[in-house]
Design a protein around this ligand. Structure first.
Ligand SMILES: [Ca+2]
Length: 506
């Protein structure tokens, strides 16, 4: 409002200035909005402007008369006396014009104020309308944004609800699973508890058993320890004895060689003596009939044991044999006999083939003779043994024969029985004969050299009746002595051995 008034006064001052300088009546129009204002200003006719008259401020000319008077006090004295009538008239006119103008201005002011008010109200309404429209637009935007936000919120809420539902379902499943697990754990706990009870019971029982058998166990442990010590001592002793055995074997071999040489010498001397003195020894009875064996002789009526001559089957050879007519009904032809160790049995292949020793004493009948005799018909074998304590025992074989030299006199012995051990000590069927100079055994060693003598060595087998005849008993185990393992073990101290045959159908 103040700005508008200032504009109005400035315009009026312009009009006044124009009025004082212009010479004709002028109309002035003022356009304000839809309203047009027309002003007709008063004019001063035939009035020349004095050089002294100056209007610097038309509004100051509306000053009250007192002020006008005071202002005139400063004017020079003579001019005041000449101009009062004209000036006064002029002034009165001017004043009345000014008064009209003032009134008009007041009206104009009122009018303007009214128009301005209405304009302001219009502006206000327009502004309010604009503002309302803007607000409505903003509100619409806000509503649309709010709707969008609401929709998004609804979506989010839906998603949250879905997630919540899924989570609830999962929680439910977990809950069910947890319940099952709890039941399982409960069952396991009960099982563990039951096992714990059983374990406690077993522990108590074990403790009771330990208490009951603890003393016995302790004693047995001590005994076991003592036995272990004994076994260790025995092991050391066995090692020592093995060492001694090796030395003894070497010594025995040497002695046997010397003995063999001596025996040969004695036999040569005896032969020479017999040749010189003629045959005065106990000769077998010359029988015009030929007997195949001692059983034949027995059947002929001879019942005395002794030396007799037999003729081998399919042969003209007469052989001197010892016949045992007492044992088990008699009729036994003796193949091997030892009783005093006077004859060495550590001999070679040929001697075992041909036989050695005297039939009246210690001797080996000979493998060729044994083969011819036992392969002519079925024979039984009887083995008689006696140890140093006087114990006697026998082993019997229902069927016995040996093959020819081509097959190394392989052994065949079946139908075992007897008292000299529950098991046969003779090597199994098919075992070949070996001597110190003919190794036919199944050992990488040479059994005939280790064990001495000639025999059916396997590897090297549980028997050897042709081993070394040891004269006295000893605690030392001799692996090369006379052996019939399943009767007396490896260390038989025999005082007598006899091997003899008789027809199986006797
Ligand atoms: Ca061998």
């Amino acid at each position: 409002m103040g700005r508008l008034l200032a504009l109005t006064f400035a315009y009026l001052a312009h009009l006044l200035a124009t009025a004082t300088t212009g010479s004709e009546r002028q109309q002035h129009r003022v356009q304000h909005g839809r309203c047009t204002y027309t002003f007709i200003l008063p004019e001063v006719e035939h009035c020349h402007t004095s050089k002294d008259f100056q209007v610097t401020n038309t509004l100051q000319r509306d000053s009250p008369p007192d002020a006008e008077a005071e202002a005139s006090q400063f004017e020079p004295g003579e001019a005041q006396k000449e101009r009062p009538s004209w000036q006064e008239r002029k002034l009165v006119n001017l004043e009345s014009a000014m008064e009209n103008n003032t009134q008009w201005l007041q009206k104009l002011e009122n009018f303007i104020q009214q128009n301005v008010r209405s304009g302001m109200e219009e502006m206000k309404r327009t502004a309010v309308h604009t503002q309302t429209a803007a607000m409505l637009e903003m509100g619409t935007n806000l509503l649309s944004q709010s709707a969008e936000q609401t929709r998004k919120l609804t979506d989010v809420e839906t998603q949250v609800l879905n997630q919540t539902s899924r989570l609830e379902i999962q929680l439910l499943e977990y809950s069910l699973f947890t319940n099952r697990l709890e039941k399982h754990i409960l069952l396991q706990t009960q099982e563990i508890s039951r096992l714990g009870d059983k374990n406690s019971f077993l522990e108590q029982r074990l403790l009771a058993l330990e208490a009951r058998y603890g003393k016995g166990l302790h004693g047995m442990q001590i005994e076991k320890q003592q036995l272990q010590e004994l076994v260790e001592r025995q092991s050391r002793l066995v090692s020592q004895l093995q060492g001694e055995l090796v030395g003894s074997t070497l010594n025995s071999s040497l002695l046997q060689r010397q003995q063999a040489v001596l025996t040969d010498t004695v036999q040569q001397l005896l032969a020479m003596v017999n040749h010189c003195n003629g045959k005065t020894v106990n000769m077998p009875k010359e029988n015009p009939l030929s007997f195949r064996d001692c059983a034949d002789i027995l059947r002929s009526g001879v019942t005395a044991s002794g030396l007799y001559g037999i003729r081998l089957p399919n042969s003209t050879q007469t052989v001197k044999v010892f016949c045992d007519m007492k044992t088990g009904g008699g009729g036994w032809t003796v193949l091997q006999h030892r009783s005093n160790g006077s004859v060495s049995f550590h001999r070679g292949w040929r001697e075992y083939k041909m036989g050695f020793g005297e039939p009246s004493g210690e001797h080996w009948l000979g493998n060729d003779i044994i083969h011819k005799l036992t392969s002519s018909q079925e024979y039984s074998l009887h083995v008689q043994l006696k140890d140093r304590e006087g114990n006697e025992a026998f082993s019997h074989y229902d069927r016995f024969y040996i093959e020819a030299e081509d097959n190394n006199y392989s052994l065949h012995a079946e139908g075992f029985s007897g008292t000299a051990g529950r098991t046969s000590s003779l090597s199994h069927t098919g075992t070949q004969f070996s001597t110190k100079d003919r190794d036919n055994d199944r050992c990488t060693c040479k059994c005939a050299q280790l064990a001495s003598g000639g025999w059916w060595f396997a590897a090297c087998g549980p028997s050897n009746l042709n081993g070394i005849y040891y004269p006295s008993s000893s605690s030392v185990v001799r692996y090369n002595g006379i052996k019939w393992y399943y009767w007396k073990g490896p260390n038989l101290m025999a005082t007598m051995t006899t091997m003899m045959v008789r027809p199986a159908n006797f």
